[in-house]
Design a protein around this ligand. Sequence first.
Ligand SMILES: C[S@@+](CC[C@H](N)C(=O)[O-])C[C@H]1O[C@@H](n2cnc3c(N)ncnc32)[C@H](O)[C@@H]1O
Length: 265
Amino acid sequence: MKISKILDVLKVPENYNEVYSPSNDSYLFLDFIDTSEFKMIFFEWLAERIQHSKRNFISVLDMGCGSGILGYVLILKLLDLILESINSEMPNFQTIILDYIDINEKAINLARELVRQNEQLLADHFAKFMENKKKISVQVNFFVSNLFKSHNVRLTYPYDYVIFNPPYLPSEPAIINENNRKIIDYAWDGGDDSGNAIILDFFSNLDDKINKHSQIFFISSSHAQLDVLVKSLEEMGYLIELKQSIHIFFEDIMLFQAKKPSSSL
Ligand SMILES: C[S@@+](CC[C@H](N)C(=O)[O-])C[C@H]1O[C@@H](n2cnc3c(N)ncnc32)[C@H](O)[C@@H]1O
């Protein structure tokens, strides 16, 4: 199903004052997973998975999930692509596991609500699997956590797919300090004056949760110090590729893919 059709029917609960509503950066990722390029990425990843792993599940991380839209729509897309390849020599995937993490408890509540309100979309996909005499399930886990730091996070990795649309705007310490910070500020405040602190903190703690086949996507913007970001990630051993961008007013918003070929997992 085209992503535009999914978005026509997807119910996205909103809480404008406290949780980030899907915006241009969110749609940049959702547009990308509808492209032939993403399809190719999926089939290349599938070929690698068949060769290197016998795991019968796919695991997905949506970091900073906000409303939960990115992870949920990605799961629906993966189900479509698995269905397309169902007659090929593919592993018998029995489950897709989606881990949602957000620092904002209200966001996790909203993501839970999004999953609840859209059960029918998953049920429609499961029915198509049954028509092909296959069965698959989806398990969704919800964690309130500052990146991976909470002791309560029980994650399922190495992740096959990772998406993070982080806060990436340079901090405005004159406006926000820890005394007047509102929970919605976490949605845009990149943590320092480069706008890169949160995304770099994330990548510094990702190593043991991915393998060399993991497909990692993240978003940033021309308002952040992008050259510094890319250089720092390359120094950590990541290969970074710009996949898609949009120009809105005075900003370029960009979707990147990161890969870690040297990963030992
Ligand atoms: C730009 S919003 C993206 C929301 C959603 N993924 C989307 O694309 O519509 C960034 C999200 O990251 C969350 N976030 C910010 N800092 C975080 C941290 N340290 N750990 C986990 N989540 C964080 C925010 O609460 C917010 O929901």
